[in-house]
Ligand binder design. Sequence first.
Ligand code: PGA
Length: 255
Amino acid sequence: MRRKIIAGNWKMNKTIVEAQALARAIKDKVGNVTAPVVLVCPPFTALTETAMLLKDSEIQLGGQNMHEAESGAFTGEISSEMLLTSGCAYVILGHSERREFFSESDKLVNAKTIKALEAGLIPIVCVGETLDQRESGDMKKVIEEQVTGSLDSLSESDMKKTVIAYEPVWAIGTGKTASPEQAEEVHVHIRTILAEKYGRETAEVVSILYGGSVKASNADGLFCKNNIDGALIGGASLKADEFSAVVNAMESAGG
Ligand code: PGA
């Protein structure tokens, strides 16, 4: 059975006090849920306080990004050790906003992924095509390049620990969701790429999350697909009711 995960990506939202309030509200609703794994990824400044608040719950904590170096002169950056010691078990890497606004390449995402695994963090590596790429028929090629580039030279055991998030750029924050069939098609494509490289057994244990305008009203349709193992949620993760309802949808679909 693949690990099912519902992850909230709070992006650049929530001060410490606001993050505490949101974490408290989510904890009240789904703090005891163990399947799926429930994960929140607050901004760096709110990690410690959120971790303290969630200590006696099952909810996990993740960073939204990290630097690939151990430490040193990288003004403004955050290391894997800083995330770990702030209570993180996961880290989102290569989000399309990082790729677009901060010029992150597959090569850089790969270096970060390797560092995260070495440090003992579970990377959630994001891939996804733009609308132009989809409309010009390049979707499969783009996804293949991102998957192979971002996950280059991972050992089989590291691959098994890694989580992938398919997030079509045209569906992020736009209110447009990929249909369950469109999402499933890409998830199968990703799993096939993994199977070619690592074999079927490894490909079958990698959790592949869908992200892009996921909310309570479209979660059921997505989660009944065989290869959709959860969600990475932006906007809807800022509302405790909505986020918890998506967690409950995954529980009903078989956690
Ligand atoms: P969204 O964001 O749910 O607001 O579309 C998803 C994401 O960027 O992870």
